[in-house]
Design a protein around this ligand. Structure first.
Ligand code: ADP
Ligand code: ZN
Length: 769
């Protein structure tokens, strides 16, 4: 405001409104906000939770950021003005702003980075909406006096508008009255009609059509709602119900064996929340977003929105706006649904809470389960975590009383858990010169099950044809050109492929190293398993489900439908087939090699193996026919395999927790993993040393943290070279998350990698490769 203007206002007895300033964060790794002056024309538009455009960085480039505070305290230094405000309404409410702020602090990244990741692109770009002009007749009381004269065409338009009695889209008005734009413009000038521009959904029909899949399922839903809870379900429900009625934060861990009816417990809780006029968020692993699962959440009197990864930006944007407008009561989705912009959150449910897919492996590297618990805390509502094989983190929380444990120890309708038979591969009879994936015992079991009209599910957690391509003379192993990893032969594509970066090359015949010998193709993947089974079971329909065969959208569903309809006799696949499926006619589950994954350099290898075996075993015997499980293994004495065979989660958890405690691993210690990478090996190694050194010094300096934070490493990552980057890592360990974060913040705020070197921080890492 100019001095002259201020004087004028003073003369008029009006004091100038205080100057306004806006704090803005950008999609950059900085953890601080930048202050801008709000120019006069933007005063009304600016607001917390809206996007703004402001000059930023070198050359004051116009950059989009999020406004996170507006105030009238002038900053110490002169500041630049905001250029634009992009949103009419705040994209995030107070809870989501607090939640994202917490994430930036906890996962050590920029608040702007978190906000950028949380708000879907379709919302930022207004995808799925279009600007539309509406025209309405000016109400009688506001008409100009005297009334201006109108042309015949204009009169026709006015009559039409008055008949409609509501604003009409301009396009439609012109069509209906067979008119051009100028008569309407004339009416507006004369003060007889008003024009208004609005953004409307252009994807409405698409968004709604997603619901049609529920039609077939609504019959299912009614059947479900008629279920009578068994005593265990009822007891769990009563406890949860009380917490929902009382309100306030409370975390529950629902530990229910496979087939114990956990979903029914979720549904009752959700119904109660919806009946109270509130909203529920349900997180499920991506893989379980099947129509069968969704059908169970739909048709109970609530509008359900489903967020899966195949949505277009426009659809995602449409759903976001629908939720933000309070037009849906339940949102079911994978990881990112934890940020759903519900306005009256009443409950969060996380199914299969142990699933690693809840962890995001790019910035912000958050764990949706942990974020969900924090969101429930901030919103002061209950949260329900469910699993047959809870993560040891959650189990530990339940044991120490932070979570309330609820147990469903039996399957529904008194069905038994299936007996599990361990088959020692070292003792299976072999035919000389022949390597079969399926030993005689498992083969017999399959024949018996199929003959009796049952279906067979086979797990092999390794895709491809040959997983070990090597030269028997010199030992050369075919490796990826960009990664430190062995290549897998895929017969169908006739190529050698890297399972990390996707690099492919033609299959080798002669050894490129010694030129002496022919290359051998050994090691077993799902593709070879399929060939073996087709050969052993001619006339049976075999389907394979792994990420190679499931690339097309809908492929997953088509195979599962065919299997459910009995059109497929044997379904084999990777861990994809182990999860959540409820097929009553599966009478045999076979595990081809239980040891895959058991010896990985990851402290969670045993936990993963137990979970995978227990989950896949849980697919057997879910119907009246019952069922069995056969597990082939070279280490039938390994505790986690024995415990999985005995359906003994509690035994597994207590043994594994004792081991974790002794070796200072989570959940007893917090971990942060730092990864330093560069295309130049020396540069990566040197900076890893520097950074680890800086952490050691910081730990030694901070007396209160001293001895409480340990620095382990640096060392080469288990996968040393990945996508042409050489990678070193080290870990910080502490029993105290506060100390750990204090040290991290201190060092990272000044850490500057040299040109060509990058580092990443992974708080509570899940993957260790
Ligand atoms: P979980 O998720 O614990 O593995 P589900 O919730 O999928 O188990 O339930 C397994 C099956 O049991 C489903 O088909 C479900 O409809 C059925 N079911 C659940 N509760 C009951 C009940 N109280 N009585 C009869 N059947 C039930
Ligand atoms: Zn590679």
């Amino acid at each position: 405001m100019t001095d002259a203007a201020t004087d004028l206002l003073a003369v008029a007895g009006v004091s100038a409104p205080p100057e306004l300033f806006a704090d803005v964060v950008f999609d950059r790794p900085f953890d601080h906000a930048y202050t801008y002056a709000v120019p006069e024309p933007l005063r009304d538009a600016v607001g917390v939770g809206k996007r703004v455009e402001a000059p930023f960085g070198r050359g004051d480039k116009a950059t989009i950021g999020y406004c996170i505070r507006v105030g009238d305290q002038p900053p110490a230094r002169a500041v630049k003005p905001l250029a634009r405000v992009l949103d009419d309404e705040a994209l995030l409410d107070d809870h989501l702003l607090k939640l994202t702020r917490w994430m930036a602090d906890y996962y050590l990244c920029g608040w702007g980075q978190v906000l950028h990741a949380v708000v879907p692109a379709g919302v930022r770009e207004n995808a799925g909406t279009r600007a539309v002009t509406f025209v309405e007749a000016v109400p009688a009381g506001e008409l100009p006096d005297p009334l201006p004269t109108v042309t015949a065409k204009q009169k026709q338009i006015l009559v039409y508008l008055r008949d409609m009695g509501e604003p009409v889209e301009l396009r439609r008005l012109l069509k209906a009255t067979n008119s051009g734009t100028s008569p309407v413009a004339g009416l507006a000038e004369k003060g007889l009609v008003r024009k208004r521009r609005e953004r409307i959904e252009s994807t409405e029909s698409k968004v709604l059509s997603a619901e049609s899949e529920s039609d077939a399922a609504s019959a299912l839903s009614t059947q479900h709602s008629a279920l009578v809870l068994n005593a265990d379900q009822q007891a769990a429900h009563d406890t949860i119900s009380e917490a929902i009625a009382a309100g306030g934060f409370k975390a529950f861990l629902l530990h229910g064996v496979t087939g114990s009816g956990k979903t029914e417990v979720y549904l009752r809780a959700i119904e109660q929340v919806v009946a109270a006029g509130k909203e529920a968020i349900v997180l499920v692993p991506e893989i379980s977003l099947t129509p069968q699962t969704l059908a169970r959440f739909r048709g109970r009197g609530a509008e359900v929105v489903v967020l899966h990864s195949n949505l277009t930006d426009a659809e995602r944007g449409g759903y976001w706006r629908k939720l933000a407008a309070g037009m849906a009561q339940v949102v079911v989705g994978a990881r990112s649904a934890v940020f759903a912009p519900t306005r009256k959150l009443g409950l969060i449910v996380i199914d299969e809470e142990h699933e690693t897919s809840f962890k995001q492996e790019s910035t912000p590297r958050y764990h949706a389960r942990d974020v969900a618990v924090m969101r429930a805390r901030l919103a002061d509502v209950p949260i329900l975590l469910g699993s047959a094989t809870p993560s040891l983190e959650s189990w530990h929380n339940a044991e120490r009383g932070a979570y309330t444990k609820l147990t469903l120890p039996h399957r529904v309708e008194s069905r038994p858990l299936p007996p599990v038979r361990l088959i020692d591969l070292r003792r299976e009879p072999k035919q000389p010169g022949q390597h079969f994936a399926i030993g005689p015992t498992l083969e017999d079991g399959m024949r018996t099950a199929l003959k009796a009209g049952g279906q067979v599910l086979l797990l092999l957690n390794r895709r491809g044809y040959s997983t070990h391509v090597h030269c028997p003379a010199c030992g050369h192993v075919a490796q990826c050109q960009h990664c430190d990893l062995a290549l897998t032969f895929h017969r169908h594509k006739s190529s050698l492929a890297c399972h990390y970066c996707g690099w492919e090359t033609a299959p080798l015949t002669k050894c490129p190293a010694c030129h002496q010998s022919a290359i051998k193709y050994q090691g077993l993947g799902t593709e070879k398993l399929q060939a073996e089974i087709e050969q052993k079971f001619p006339g049976r329909v075999v389907q394979r489900m792994d990420s190679d065969t499931m690339q097309k959208p809908g492929a997953h569903q088509r195979v599962l439908d065919a299997f459910r309809d009995g059109l497929v006799h044997i379904l084999l696949g990777t861990q994809m087939i182990a999860k959540g499926l409820d097929f009553p006619n599966v009478t045999l589950v076979g595990v081809v090699n239980a040891d895959v994954g058991l010896h990985l350099p990851d402290f969670r290898a045993a936990e993963r193996t137990f979970q995978l075996l227990a989950q896949v075993a849980g697919r057997a015997g879910r119907g009246e026919k019952g069922g069995t499980v056969m597990v082939q293994t070279f280490t039938p004495e390994h505790p986690c395999i024995v415990q999985a065979a005995g359906h003994d989660y509690t035994g597994f958890a207590s043994a594994e927790l004792a081991h974790r405690r002794e070796h200072l691993y989570p959940p007893y210690q917090r971990l942060a993993r730092l990864i330093v990478r560069s295309e130049k090996q020396d540069a990566a190694g040197a900076f890893a040393d520097t950074l680890a050194g800086a952490f050691r010094e910081a730990v030694a300096r901070a007396e209160r943290a001293s001895g409480q934070v340990r620095v382990l490493g640096p060392a080469e990552c288990p996968v040393f070279k990945l996508n042409d980057f050489y990678r070193f890592h080290f870990q910080l360990q502490s029993a105290n998350s506060g100390h750990l974060h204090a040290v991290l913040r201190e060092v990272l705020s000044v850490a500057k990698p040299p040109h060509g070197v990058e580092f990443q921080v992974d708080v509570d890492p899940v993957g260790m490769s």
